[in-house]
Design a protein around this ligand. Structure first.
Ligand SMILES: [Zn+2]
Length: 373
């Protein structure tokens, strides 16, 4: 029996876990897609990621530089570098790092624990040391520490409320996770002022789709809740994202500011509302953050009130200053994009009436979804 072939043909199944591990997997998938041309959404099934083990033979060709796509986020692992200083010391033979990475293709389940995954995988350490991989390298990656990921997260991890481990600074880690965690900085989206965010959930496909949208909605708002709301709306419309109730109740945004970690959530009911096709389309058509904000705050009845008030305004022959101010206050984006809606001309009234009707329909769809009649 050829053991290597047997291992090579069994795909690896990665299950979602701690957010940092999830970010590592997402970062790794981004590299597979952007640098190696894989269609990674095809790897996602039932919330998990199934990986052909031979992928590690392919990615080992880029053993020194994990990513150099047009995102300009360059990740190096050898010698002095920004994210992973001395993960592989500058003086060590770099081709042996390639050997380590390609050996992950034949890594086996080890009789050990890993703080990050359910099925720890280890390469044949003795054989690789015999082939020239430094023993010190294996000593360095046997525990989770800043050598694996210099994101100043050591303390944040053990202090974080959703960390799965005890308050113990020594976190055992398997060889596969030590490698995957290197990609975590690529899974996060950069904000301003040393702030990074990552949308986490119990499904890799949901994580993938939501973080993809985060990058497209960043221009519109800096509020984390609104970024999450807009991303949900966009993923629902563009990617036909469908969330199950349990997944919806476990969507969170991890915000990393310096070495502080914060978790931002919105209630599961709201996530389900934004994941409703009709509602997402209405919100997308109205295009107002003021309205999205009221949905996030569960102030549904305001939508009804604003809709009716706008309809009443369109019945006036001439709009007063306070009425124009009211339109501007509730529809700032539309008013700046198309000032006609501030005018009492027939075209202006038609446009305003259209938005007012969208608001009433939005309110009706939300009520229907909530079944609060
Ligand atoms: Zn592991």
């Amino acid at each position: 029996m050829n053991i290597i072939n047997t291992f090579s043909t069994t795909p690896l199944t990665l299950y979602p876990g701690h957010w940092l591990y999830n970010a590592g997997v997402i970062g790794f998938l981004r590299v597979l897609e952007e640098d190696f041309g894989y269609n990674v959404t095809g790897f996602m099934t039932n919330g998990c990621v199934k990986l052909d083990r031979n992928i590690f033979l392919t990615v080992s060709s880029k053993y020194n530089q994990l990513h150099f796509s047009d995102t300009k986020k360059e990740l190096k692992v050898t010698g002095k570098n920004k994210f992973h200083p001395n993960f592989w010391q500058g003086s060590w033979d770099r081709t042996k790092l390639k050997l380590f990475i390609s050996s992950l293709a034949t890594a086996t389940t080890a009789n050990s624990t890993c703080s990050f995954c359910v099925h720890p995988l280890h390469v044949d350490e003795a054989s690789l040391i015999a082939q020239g991989v430094p023993q010190k390298f294996f000593e360095g990656i046997s525990e989770f520490n800043n050598r694996i990921l210099d994101m100043k997260m050591g303390s944040a991890l053990t202090e974080s409320p959703n960390a799965a481990w005890n308050l113990n600074t020594v976190l055992p880690i398997c060889h596969l996770c030590a490698y995957l965690l290197l990609f975590a900085p690529l899974g996060l989206t950069d904000m301003q002022h040393n702030e990074h965010i990552f949308v986490n959930s119990p499904s890799f496909k949901v994580i993938w789709l939501l973080n993809l949208q985060v990058q497209t909605v960043l221009r519109r708002t800096k509020s984390i809740r609104e970024i999450l709301g807009l991303s949900l709306v966009q993923a629902t419309i563009r990617e036909q994202l469908t969330l199950h109730r349990w997944t919806a109740h476990n969507v969170e945004v991890v915000v990393k500011r310096g070495d502080k970690i914060e978790f931002v959530t919105v209630p599961g009911e709201i996530v389900l509302i934004l994941n409703n096709r009709e509602i997402a389309h209405k919100l997308n058509a109205i295009k107002e953050l003021t309205i999205l904000r009221h949905v996030l705050d569960q102030k549904w009845d305001m939508l009804l009130e604003v809709g009716y008030r706008l309809i009443r305004i369109t019945r006036k022959e001439n709009y007063s200053d306070p009425e124009r101010e009211y339109i501007r206050e509730w529809l700032p984006y539309n008013a700046s994009r198309d000032p006609e809606i501030l005018k009492s001309s027939s075209a202006g009234k038609r446009k305003l009436l259209n938005i007012a009707h969208q608001l009433l329909l939005l309110h009706a769809h939300i009520r229907e979804t909530l079944k609060i009649h």
